[in-house]
Design a protein around this ligand. Structure first.
Ligand code: CP
Length: 313
């Protein structure tokens, strides 16, 4: 199946390797558009996009909005905190209300896993999952994969360490689903309290020692501690967490010399990543953000009915 034939993008688990490659390939010319002086093509003129975020966001929401605008779609953000949701309107009624306004595509983030899947069954609008609880954040993983491929030339067979709050991380899950399709060796590193039970069933190898996990890796992807999803104290103090799991120059010396350092943001500097590494040339954190716009342009283009020939207009 091609992405264009799917109604929704809910996760990377169900996407094929070919679909992921097609999105990454389509994002390449989109990045050229972002670099132009006039960053606008008429590809999605007459199409309407709405972002509906029940959780906070800087990068994902803004990049979808600007991606839509660069492609000439009409983009609207529903400010959930100032909407009729606060008067008790149900999710189902909110979605129906937006559907009958004529939106073609909805980008949705929700704290509860599975919400975009529920919404997808109850609306004709196409849905892109912008993060559902601890389940998936497919567009983050796609931009991570784009960034890795841009730098390494390939995704095939790379050694990737994903470090931190694996238990609560939708970014980790989507990266695992995506990178597994390219034969990557995926190491997940966390204190035992932040490691999901039976994580091996996802096809990854768990590590509890950062030093061991970083030995010879091509890519380090550092996760944010999801304090908002932690129901109980899962490690003694942030200082103790940092003493064992922070990525700094000393730890990183165990990885390959040309290791790439990724972080989806927002970062907790001094806890997950030292400022020296975050601001170093090894870190691709700002490039990930730029690539996020390109990847989201590619997704909107593929899902809202653009044709390849129109990109150059
Ligand atoms: N990486 C990411 O999802 O960032 P935001 O929460 O700012 O969208």
């Amino acid at each position: 199946m091609k992405l264009e034939q799917r109604k929704d993008l809910l996760g990377l688990r169900e996407l094929s390797k070919e679909e992921i490659e097609s999105i990454i390939d389509t994002a390449v010319p989109m990045k050229d558009i972002i670099k132009r002086d006039i960053k606008k093509v008429p590809t999605l003129r007459g199409k309407a996009l709405i972002t509906v975020f029940y959780e906070n966001s800087t990068r994902t929401r803004t990049s979808f909005e600007i991606a839509g605008k660069y492609l000439s779609a009409d983009t609207v953000n529903l400010g959930v905190s100032s909407s009729s949701v606060q008067k008790g309107e149900s999710l189902r009624d909110t979605i129906k209300t937006l559907e009958v306004m004529g939106f073609d595509l909805m980008v949705m983030r929700h704290a509860m896993s599975g919400t975009p899947h529920y919404v997808s069954k109850n609306t004709n609008i196409r849905i892109i999952n912008a993060g559902d609880g601890a389940n998936e954040h497919p567009t983050q993983a796609l931009l991570d994969m784009y960034t890795i491929k841009e730098k390494k030339g390939t995704l095939e067979g790379l050694k990737v360490a994903i470090i931190g709050d694996i238990l609560h991380s939708r970014v980790a899950r989507s990266n695992i689903y995506g990178l597994s399709k390219f034969g990557c060796e995926i190491r997940v590193v966390a204190p035992s309290t932040l490691m999901p039970k039976e994580v091996e069933k996802l096809g990854v190898k768990p590590y509890y020692s950062l030093d061991e996990a970083l030995e010879g890796v091509d890519v380090v992807n550092i996760l944010r501690l999801q304090k908002e999803r932690q129901q109980q104290a899962l490690f003694p103090t942030l200082d103790e967490y940092a003493s064992l799991y922070i990525i700094n120059e000393d730890k990183l010396s165990r990885a390959k010399e040309d290791v790439l350092v990724l972080h989806p943001g927002p970062m907790n500097r001094g806890i997950e990543i030292s400022s020296r590494i975050a601001d170093s040339t090894q870190a691709l954190i700002n490039e990930q953000v730029t690539n996020g716009v390109a990847v989201r342009m590619a997704l909107l283009f593929l899902m809202m009915g653009g044709s390849r020939n129109e990109i150059a207009n």
